[in-house]
Design a protein around this ligand. Structure first.
Ligand SMILES: *Cc1c(COP(=O)(O)O)cnc(C)c1O
Length: 230
């Protein structure tokens, strides 16, 4: 087995173990392979090992990979998980399947209007700033319901859930409290909007905690593809 396939298996084992330890079925937790900064052959190696969902942070870099791979692998599902500048919204609406970092109505309106008619609606998650750090993008928890209501009305995009990037901290209890707060909001939203099924949280270092707190999609880069050059 090549290294990427081997790492992928290890991550899947971690997810399955974390799920079973908290009484969840492993199938409830999806895996997004974060391929930012990694070349197309790394994506192909993960694909050959069965991986289908990939996350990218940088629009230009992602579109080069999408263009290079889309004919060969039409069933890859591409997620934007990095910041979205409004001048890039058209490219994103045309090439991605998901945007997980939506936090402004203006951007939502642009994505909806720019989504090509021949494609299904663009799936979106609202990004929530659960730690309240000033440097982070994302909505405050209290701002989520109002934006969700607007987003749910837009025809070119489809509200699928919530996403968070927790703060880097050694305080496991504080982190757990933040993740559980997001999970509660997610459950309330899922009652109100039937299309909501995605709670995107957990990365290489904290995926077990995120699964224990209700994550349905962990986003893992380093543990699959190795460390990234800064
Ligand atoms: C880079 C990145 C990840 C993956 O992080 P790793 O620690 O490499 O697993 C997940 N989510 C977001 C938003 C990222 O930018």
């Amino acid at each position: 087995m090549n290294t990427i396939a081997h790492h992928l298996q290890q991550v899947q084992d971690r997810i399955a173990k974390a799920a079973s330890e908290c009484g969840r079925h492993p199938d409830e937790v999806g895996l997004l392979a974060v391929s930012k900064t990694k070349p197309a052959p790394a994506v192909e190696a993960a694909y050959a090992a069965g991986q289908r969902q990939f996350g990218e942070n940088y629009v230009q870099e992602a579109i080069e990979k999408i263009q290079a791979l889309k004919d060969k692998y039409p069933d890859i599902v591409w997620h934007l998980i990095g910041p979205l500048q409004s001048n890039k919204s058209r490219l994103v609406a045309e090439h991605f399947d998901w945007v997980q970092t939506l936090d402004r109505l203006k951007t939502a309106q642009r994505l909806s209007a720019q989504r090509p008619a021949g494609l299904p609606p663009l799936n979106v998650c609202l990004q929530v700033n659960i730690s309240g750090e000033a440097s982070k993008s994302g909505l405050a928890l209290a701002e989520v319901p109002a934006l969700a209501e607007e987003v749910a009305r837009l025809p070119g995009i489809r509200l699928r859930g919530l996403m968070a990037i927790p703060e880097a901290t050694d305080d496991g209890e504080a982190l757990r409290a933040q993740l559980l707060e997001l999970k509660q909001l997610f459950d309330r939203m899922a009652e109100k909007y039937p299309g909501i099924d995605t709670l995107s949280m957990g990365m290489s270092n904290d995926l077990e905690l995120a699964v224990a707190c209700g994550s349905t999609l962990v986003r893992v880069g380093t543990a699959i593809f190795g460390s990234r050059n800064p």
